[in-house]
Design a protein around this ligand. Structure first.
Ligand code: MN
Length: 202
């Protein structure tokens, strides 16, 4: 079955002023759609047509670059849409809050480290908050459309929060000011969904 872009559960303009409607529309309907179209073309007629996107990513070393780039693009963007929502932001609660305090040095240190992961990722890529095999939280980044579930990843973990730092994610509104986009991104994080993913990964 061919992959499809997920329907958003909120409107393109609903993350304003933090992320503008035009960026959201182009990002979702053009960029993500292109990854999906190119992924479907790259796996047409192969066994990968019967695999989930997670299975493809976990075995990415067996695939050509087109599947790595576009399959990663599909997985990463699907996660990104799901962990944002209007009128969110703030801070996590419950078990995730406790783990950020006990494993990542507290909220301020986490925010600083996650921001740094995004700002210092040279070129295009993603910043991640994830759960490692030992069930501890980690913060890391990856290049291009690579992600932490790929078998070639240098930051192996189950991602529970992903932030796109490609220019297409922010350039229309923030131009070269990636740190301003990252700061604004914190106002739209859906911590309920990140917490749900955290508890599922434990
Ligand atoms: Mn993107």
């Amino acid at each position: 079955m061919a992959f499809e872009i997920p329907k958003l559960t909120y409107d393109y303009n609903s993350l304003e002023p933090h992320i503008d409607a035009r960026t959201m529309e182009i990002h979702h309907s053009k960029h993500h759609q292109a990854y999906v179209t190119n992924l479907n073309n790259a796996i047409a007629g192969s066994d990968a047509e019967n695999m989930t996107i997670e299975e493809i990513c976990k075995n990415i070393s067996k695939f050509p670059a087109a599947v790595r780039n576009n399959g990663g693009g599909h997985y990463n963007h699907s996660l990104y849409w799901s962990i944002m929502a209007p009128n969110k932001g703030g801070q996590p609660t419950g078990k995730l809050w406790d783990a950020i305090n006990s494993e990542l040095g507290g909220w301020d240190k986490f925010k600083e480290d996650f921001t740094k992961a995004g700002v210092t990722r040279f070129g295009s890529g993603w910043a991640w908050l994830g759960v490692k095999a030992d069930k501890k939280l980690c913060v890391c980044s990856s290049a291009n459309q690579d992600n932490p579930i790929m078998d070639i990843s240098e930051c192996a973990c189950t991602p529970i929060l992903g932030m796109d730092v490609w220019e297409h994610a922010y350039y229309l509104n923030y131009q070269n000011r990636r740190p301003d986009y990252i700061s604004a991104f914190f106002n739209v994080i859906n911590w309920d969904e990140v917490s749900r993913r955290y508890e599922a990964a434990l």
